[in-house]
Design a protein around this ligand. Sequence first.
Ligand code: FMN
Length: 782
Amino acid sequence: MSDTATPARTTGCPVAHGPLSSERTPTGCPVSQRAAEFDPFEDGYQQDPPEYVRWAREKEPIFYSPKLGYWVVTRYDDIKAVFRDNITFSPSNALEKITPTGDEANAVLASYGFALNRTLVNEDEPAHMPRRRVLMDPFTPEALKHHEPMVRELARSYVDRFIDDGRADLVDQMLWEIPLTVALHFLGVPEEDMDTLRKYSIAHTVNTWGRPKPEEQVAVAHAVGNFWQYAGKVLEKMRQDPDAPGWMQYGIRKQKLHPEVVTDSYLHSMMMAGIVAAHETTANATANAVKLLLQHPQVWQELCEDPGLIPNAVEECLRHNGSVAAWRRLVTRDTQVGGVDLPAGSRLLIVTSSANHDEAHFSDADLFDIRRDNASDHLTFGYGSHQCMGKNLARMEMQIFLEEFTRRLPHMRLSPQRFSYVPNTSFRGPEHLWVEWDPAANPERKNPALREVQVPVRIGEPSRHAIARPVVVERVTPVAEGIVKLRLVSPDGKPLPRWTAGSHIDVECGSPGLSRQYSLCGDPDEAGVLEIAVLHEPEGRGGSAWVHRQVKAGDRLRIRGPRNHFRLDESLAKAIFIAGGIGITPVSAMARRAKAIGMDYELHYSGQNRARMAFLDELAALHGERLQVHASDEGRRCDLHALLAEPVAGAQVYACGPLRMLQALEDCCAAWPEGALRVEHFESTLATLDPAKEQAFEVELKDSGLVVTVPPDQTLLSALRAANVDVQSDCEEGLCGSCEVRVLSGKVDHRDVVLTRPEREAHNKMMACCSRACEGRLVLEL
Ligand code: FMN
């Protein structure tokens, strides 16, 4: 064993391994000591999977685990790439036993006729997508609505049972049984035998993802065998009454129309796998969520005070501490992930819980932030054609549970306890969750009507408009004619999220419906402070006027974000920053960053006259010679053509300012490499949708295997959401770039102001909030 780090590249592997073990990967590459020690059945992984593989995420993102015989993938982009390509990365091993069982256990399983076959989770194309399409409708937000009263009534009656006790194990007394009951209802299964089913489904988890000892294996095999036979019997019962409500009956009816797509073996396997998929994942996810929230009492209190935050809190809980820690794929042809060679036959453990803590995708990733604007990017539901079909049912249940708890037991806290987990790689949630409260302080004792209060559930991905955070205006400072700077701090000393140069926030200008974006212009290293500068636009729509008229020191504002669609590439040889007027706000933060990291840069700042240009002294002090000020009234207009006449190797141009200036820059940079010009727009020229003038069009979703029609009165974004496809969005005006989707074929009628001309002409990406098809069908990478 050596303890020297190798720079690798001996076998084409790009990873600089740490101290080495004596083991080698199947490709002959050395295995680092940490990789050799990796053991997902250890308590470290069970307690906190993303923390357990932090070293890998940071230094050795794909490694081979000799103990497991799997390649372990830990970063967001790599895992998403694996999910995206279900041909190269087959899901066929997703339900395989991770620990092979011995002969005795296998014989027991065979004695029950156990033949769990392909289900939606683990089948390859071309079989999978036709089945998914045929069986999907009951999962759309529209179809799920009618389950809401049943879930709510269940949640209420279970809380009734223990609300006066002052103490409960939420897992045993509620969170296990309700998702099971909901799963049974959804599937159309009779409710009897719940206790037996509970045992069976635990056994199934251990059988598939766990490491049962040889003596346990036989008992587990009996339970799984019984589970299998039970599923078969119930299915037979359902066939007698195929018009009853339920997803299985829906499948039975579809079998009549498409017998080659929905087969008998398929229905039997789905029956068993469906119970586990719908039940345990939600039970565990809710237990994890309640635990996480109660471990952050201030966040819990905020949720109790503002239940509108619950939908996004659910996403953040699923991100931070979801119930599916890792998933599996089988490599079907020689390929690479993240530059690492993976031969055909390699088995992958894709640690989605680690992806959910990847700093490259989630800034300040370990912070538990229920207002995080991209929380729903988490990979806990997977992604692409195999994404969890029941995600919106799970979201609905979790929202309802949290609403009931926050309203009826806001004084609940965690009891002292050590959490235990069923050892396995994938399904994760505490076996028990003890909480306590003072029943005398139950709010219902003063106000019994509280039991019946109801907040409408949001089915589907949460709306960004619900996730505002309060801030206090510490200072308002005039920084130029018509421009004020606001210094915003946390109202209660809780940290504000860290941000990166180029980011902006949304400020609610007096009401949630009137929100405006403002770039952060302070110092990203000054923790807990956000600074914006707002130009008064007298002819505007009222947002900036409100800021100038109303906002004073001590006021509370509601903001969303920060988010960044104007990132500085810190690996550049050089950055040329160009700002016009109020466009200096993001650019000043970027130039500050460039200076801090020692990058070569220049800063060109134009305006009508110095009195109307913010931050001049500060910028001059910080940037000295690198700053060029161009004030029109001094006859010093910035000659953009001359400035950018020659492309500079390895340089990028970052610009923000009036529309005219940004359009001119596109011409000036025509000779520059594609993507060398990066701009941030402050104003939108977008008209709202006029259905009389619009055409319907179709989009084919390559990753999900669906075809969605976008009618004339709907945007692509809303049509995708109605079809259960999550797409991020922010401004929904074509300004911010957050709803970008990749286009694989077809011509796009671009209506945003984010893409550059070459980007538009390439027709390989579009903004779902506003852009449409020129004609015919678009194929999207979704
Ligand atoms: N306006 C500013 O005055 N300062 C800024 O830093 C600023 N940053 C913006 C960042 C983005 C990403 C966008 C889309 C716009 C930004 N704006 C900024 C423009 C404002 O959002 C808003 O449009 C402007 O204040 C006019 O609003 P009004 O017409 O309601 O008065």
